[in-house]
Design a protein around this ligand. Sequence first.
Ligand code: 5GP
Ligand code: ZN
Length: 139
Amino acid sequence: MRDENCIFCKIANGEIPSRTIYEDDDFRIILDLNPATRGHALILSKNHYKNLYDMDDDMVSKVLPLAKKMVHHMQEKLKCDGFNLIQNNNEIAGQTVFHFHMHLIPRYKDDNQSFVMSPGNPEIIKDEDIDKVRDMLNS
Ligand code: 5GP
Ligand code: ZN
């Protein structure tokens, strides 16, 4: 399950060196080359999945427990004050590397970073639109 042209396949499987902070049979965790905060890390699957959409359920079920383990470890070592976990799917959502990865982003009181969501446009925040979406998803 590799893609010859995928840089994260090469990194995850050790063909390209990386600053690895964890590795097991299924995942490698590396430090991001362009960190948003100190310690910004990426969980990479060893198999090639474009993103969450096409990942095996078995692998999906391992990601969050691993993220939890790592945030405890990183919290202890880096003395950060919190974490953002970000996982982008498709270009519109900010995905730039099309191999599954999850960002582990340590947060510090004065890190000048922000991942705050802005409220939606006036159309989608109306009660009737939210009701419509609920009905679409429950139909
Ligand atoms: P995305 O925007 O796809 O969710 O995130 C891609 C991330 O991968 C970015 O934060 C970017 O800095 C990081 N990145 C891209 N290429 C490399 C690389 O070759 N090595 C490492 N360590 N990080 C990379
Ligand atoms: Zn890949």
